[in-house]
Structures are given as C-alpha cells and as structure tokens.
Write a new protein. Structure first.
Length: 128
C-alpha cells in the first residue's frame, strides 16, 4: 500500500476513534444521569432501568470498536495493516474503505461468523 494511502487511513482511523470516544463518554454520562435521577414511580423506574441497560450495551459496543481501531492503528504501525489475520492474504481495499479497522478479509469473516453461529446452536445466523 502506498504511503499516502496509509497516512489517509491512519488519519481516518484516528478520527473514527475520537468520534467513538465522544459517543462513548456521552452515553455513559446519560446512563449516569438516569441512575442518579431517582424516579419515584415504579413504572418510570422500570423504564429508567431499561434505558440505563440499553445505554450501557451501546457503550460496550463502542468500546469494542475503539479496541478494534486501536488494533488497526497498531497493525498500520507494524506494517501488517490490510493483511487478513486469519489467512494472511491481502484484504480488498473496498472492504477496508467500508470498515477500515477490520482484521479479516470477507471470506474469513464469513467463515468466523458461520463457526460462531454453529457454536451458538443457531446455524441460520451464519448464512449470508
């Protein structure tokens, strides 16, 4: 991959990371506000609990994406970016443009999803 392309990808990953961190902090702050609100009505409390749990789930997803971005930045630094971590083949540039922090080519990602679906007892989830 050319150096200009690598630098553009690096900048994009850093920008994505900053945006995810901003969203993550905002969602955690919203969840903390809901917890601190102290709602007297049991029905309102139930909705409050649901929203708090939902915001925490969103935060967990953001955290995972931030980790994936950090790993992609490390691969860039080490010269391993754009190489599938499963089969060691190059990841198509079109895939990297859509999901720049992916560690897998499409074929390996589909295989992993299929394997996970089999382990979970829901093979229909691994079909594309």
């Amino acid at each position: 991959m050319r150096q200009e392309r690598i630098e553009a990808i690096r900048k994009h990953l850093i920008e994505m990371r900053e945006n995810f961190l901003k969203d993550f902090r905002q969602q955690n702050a919203e969840a903390a506000e809901l917890i601190d609100a102290g709602v007297p009505d049991p029905g309102d409390q139930s909705m409050n609990d649901y929203l708090t749990d939902f915001l925490h789930l969103l935060s967990d997803g953001k955290r995972e994406e931030i980790i994936a971005i950090d790993e992609a930045l490390l691969r860039l630094q080490e010269g391993a970016y754009g190489i599938c971590q499963r089969c060691a083949e190059p990841i198509r540039i079109e895939r990297l443009e859509v999901q720049p922090y992916t560690p897998y080519c499409i074929a390996c990602k589909e295989d992993l999803e299929h394997e996970e679906a089999q382990r979970s007892g829901r093979p229909e989830l691994g079909k594309m």
